[in-house]
Design a protein around this ligand. Structure first.
Ligand code: AMP
Length: 359
């Protein structure tokens, strides 16, 4: 792929904060961005060069997008596959739709990783109440029942302390196709943020420790504790095999638990990721810039830390009202996403705290 020159247009499917931060990074490199999203108010559109408010399935809109964009990317993995595949027939789309197809189906995703020699929690696909009973007999409890599709931030999943809770769990997920996963006892969670260029070059960021609250990422911290650092090489190697097998171009996020015998793969997101927001100030090149570099065929940027200690805290709901206090803190970088209503559980922004380099 020849590099897209500055002035080229990047299409972004999805109108949320990830698209917003991709658009900012693209603008810095001299690219234009065009956002397509159905939302009346898109926080990505606020920072993009242009915006089409439309359904993803309109062929007229997709044809226009293909004609006006030099490359297209997406910022959320629950977008329907069909419009992405349609676009890919007309304009380069990165990451390739195949990555999206796998990430959208938890069973395909786990099988894909198992086949690549990755370590996953014991799991079984479950499409009926009877299969749930069989899976529980095979895997045991405690376990987690996760819907095959459309789960994120802990949504679409139920924990089972014992097999007696099977009826309630099956009802709670609405009897939808799912996987049952054995509970992994872990002390830490971390993620590998890998970027693969159009020429196959790859690099990954130092892995942060991720802490969740109510199923939503609350905080990422670097450097991560030794238990995570010890599993970085193996986890990054798996992420690299995933990216190579998919011919992946762009940023790929893979989430892991620190297992007793090595990193346990939980899930992947074929996009920039919340656990990489710290890279805007905390790494030499941000995940957003590296995503843009990759999809535009440019050389990848350095992923090294810029400070001895970096912490990213999500501002969920009313926590964003603390903006004035945060701005008064030395070393704090505030990011607000331009959303109007601070509803509970809604990601309104984040703050990255950088420890000063003491010489
Ligand atoms: P997920 O939607 O798969 O990312 O799950 C959300 C969160 O639930 C994870 O970040 C973990 O904290 C927890 N979790 C998910 N799967 C497991 C598991 N098999 N064992 C223990 N905790 C889990």
């Amino acid at each position: 792929m020849t590099a897209l020159p500055p002035g080229s247009t990047i299409g972004i499917l999805g109108g949320g904060q990830l698209g917003r931060m991709i658009a900012v990074a693209a603008a810095q490199l001299g690219y234009r961005t065009h956002v397509l999203a159905p939302d009346a108010e898109s926080v990505a559109a606020q920072t993009a060069s242009s915006f089409t408010r439309a359904d993803y399935h309109s062929r007229i809109v997709l044809d226009e997008m293909a004609a006006s964009c030099d490359v297209v990317t997406y910022e959320f993995e629950n977008i329907a596959l069909d419009p992405v595949e349609y676009l890919a027939g007309k304009v380069p789309v990165h990451p390739a739709p195949a990555a999206l197809g796998i990430a959208q189906d938890r069973a395909l995703e786990k099988q894909f990783v198992d086949d690549l020699g990755g370590r996953t929690a014991p799991w079984r696909k479950v499409t009926s109440r009877e299969e749930l009973a069989d899976a529980l007999a095979a895997i045991g409890a405690p376990a987690i029942l996760k819907t095959l599709r459309l789960g994120y931030d802990g949504k679409g999943q139920v924990r089972l302390a014992s097999a007696q809770e099977a009826d309630a769990a099956w009802e709670a997920i609405g009897g939808r196709p799912a996987i049952l996963e054995g509970h992994v006892a872990f002390d830490h969670e971390f993620s590998i943020l890998l970027v693969r260029g159009a020429d196959g070059a790859m690099t990954s960021y130092p892995p942060p420790k991720n802490e969740h609250a109510d199923g939503i990422l609350a905080r990422t911290t670097l450097p991560a504790p030794g238990e995570i650092a010890a599993q970085w090489t193996e986890a990054a190697a798996l992420a690299g095999r995933i990216a190579d097998r998919l011919g992946y171009v762009g940023v790929l996020a893979c989430e892991f638990f620190v297992g007793r015998d090595g990193p346990v793969f939980n899930e992947m997101a074929p996009r920039v990721h919340n656990s990489g927001h710290w890279t805007i100030e905390g790494a030499v090149t941000s995940q957003f810039e590296n995503h843009v570099r990759a999809i535009c065929g440019l050389p990848l940027g350095d992923t090294a830390l810029t400070a001895p200690r970096v912490e990213m805290e999500n501002l969920i709901g009313e926590a964003a009202h603390l903006w004035a206090e945060i701005l008064a803190e030395p070393g704090a970088h505030l990011h607000l996403y331009g959303k109007r209503a601070a509803r509970p559980g809604r990601k309104m922004g984040h703050v990255t705290r950088i420890a000063p380099i003491i010489s």
